[in-house]
Design a protein around this ligand. Sequence first.
Ligand code: F6R
Length: 600
Amino acid sequence: MCGIVGFIGNRDCKEILLYGLEKLEYRGYDSAGIALINEDGVKVFKEKGRIADLREGVDESVMASRGIGHTRWATHGVPSKVNAHPHQSTSNRFTLVHNGVIENYDIIKKAELADVNFVSETDTEVIVQLIDKNVNSGLSVEEAFRKTLSTLKGSYAIGLLDAQDQDTIYVAKNKSPLLVGLGDGFNVVASDAMAMLQVTKQYVELMDKEVVIVKKDSVQILKLNGDKVERSPFTAELDASDIEKGTYPHYMLKEIDEQPFVMRKIISQYQDDNGQILLDEDVRNAMLAADRVYIIACGTSYHAGLVGKHYIEKFAKVPVEVHVASEFSYNMPLLSEKPLFIFISQSGETADSRSVLVQVKEHGYKALTITNVPGSTLSREADYTLLLHAGPEIAVASTKAYTAQLAVLAILAVDVANAKGIKLDFDIIQEFGIIANAMEALCNDKDRFDMLAKEFLSTTRNCFFIGRGIDYYVCLEGALKLKEISYIQAEGFAGGELKHGTIALIEDGTPVIALSTQEHVNLSIRGNVKEVVARGANPCIISIRGLENDEDSYTVPAVHEDFTSLVTVVPLQLLSYYAALHRDCDVDKPRNLAKSVTVE
Ligand code: F6R
């Protein structure tokens, strides 16, 4: 959460910083600020709200070719102008932006900075005040910076300006993502390459507990003890157009529409010249060696893990447990003798998942990360990676990453089944083609989902989703999507479970969205719908061709029974999208949320 940028070079950088922050708004958007440094000193501009609000407050006449910026997702202290970054030391000599959480900030405050008058409620201010104090004790800025970082416990990506040295941005990273970008006559700093693609595609990756001295024509990486580190740059495989909305009103709608394309891309990425599934041999061997798979994830990725369990157990015959990362981290169950851990994470940066990965590696277990972001922390730190190839996902509500996660998990399961000689009743490449076409048909039927959203969701207080088996797992995802962007209290339930308590909440007109795509439970789920209708519910049944009925609100095209989740989730995504629009909600930037959750 929170995004930072920095620029040092040969031209006015206000617009570069502001544009970069706009591209990082997915990481947090409750307040923002920039600091510019020139011959006249340091100028700080901050606002509560979005980058658009900040833009209005920035003095156009200030010209500066060095600066840092920040967009915030509040952890310590309410979203406000005072708590917005950059923060300055009392002397105004140092100005700093920070992404992360300093766990021992209160201890440092009391032990080392008792005489300092803090102006904000943030943990961040402790860092900048301590740097100032350490410089006052006689250290150089670089020494004071490294000394301060050694005192901090927690996560940080930091950009620091010194009012007495216009030629340097000091940078550091621990657990929070940060890259240094290289240009001709300038260098940049960003939480994500997306922020600076407009000026460079060349980046240097930073490791935890590294410090970087960034000047306009040099970049020096150091360890916390001052040892020098050499590292070659890489080229970001991103195109500026990948991160634009184009003609779409929202990123979420664009990303829903991209799903058929992503399915086809995944087929091409995981297929050999003979049209057979092709997976990294090391990943296959790790799966074959495991007596049990533990899937660890959060939110939407956790929901994808539940469907992944179905694939891996049914196709590859390997037992699977799926765990919410934040729980697993503190309540590790009894493990099997030869576990394999699979981390599912769109961003590859989720702190809760990373905390489990760190423990897993300490125990010496093997770990595979399934992620959309090559080079992300979870990818780097696991033994193996499978990429989603979904392209940047910018809307806070995850859509195409979810379907890509299901697709990659299915490929993994099929590959292991093939390696074990288990015969399957389908050709996955053919099935994925059918699924891509079905997704396309659903995306072309948006008006219908708009109407259904208006009818069922435009004014309701709450909504229930019911399904059985893999339909139940999609219901959990449908409910999460609806609540996060439309703020409707929505819950997904196993069809048979509602009557064990929650049915008490059904009132006249309560919408109940029921999924029926599995023949063996079709009659039972329809029975569950009758139970809620008898208590006044307004049912919206989404079935699949072949199991449809006159009472259904929508029927999705037929696909193989094991892969219906890839298709039924599309109507649920579109219903959420239109429900949010009908309720005047900010679809791409829902309240209280951020895309990349880098705090535990
Ligand atoms: C919901 C959503 C979140 C994420 C969760 C994990 O739409 O996006 O629930 O799925 O925060 O994020 P990743 O997959 O990046 O680990």
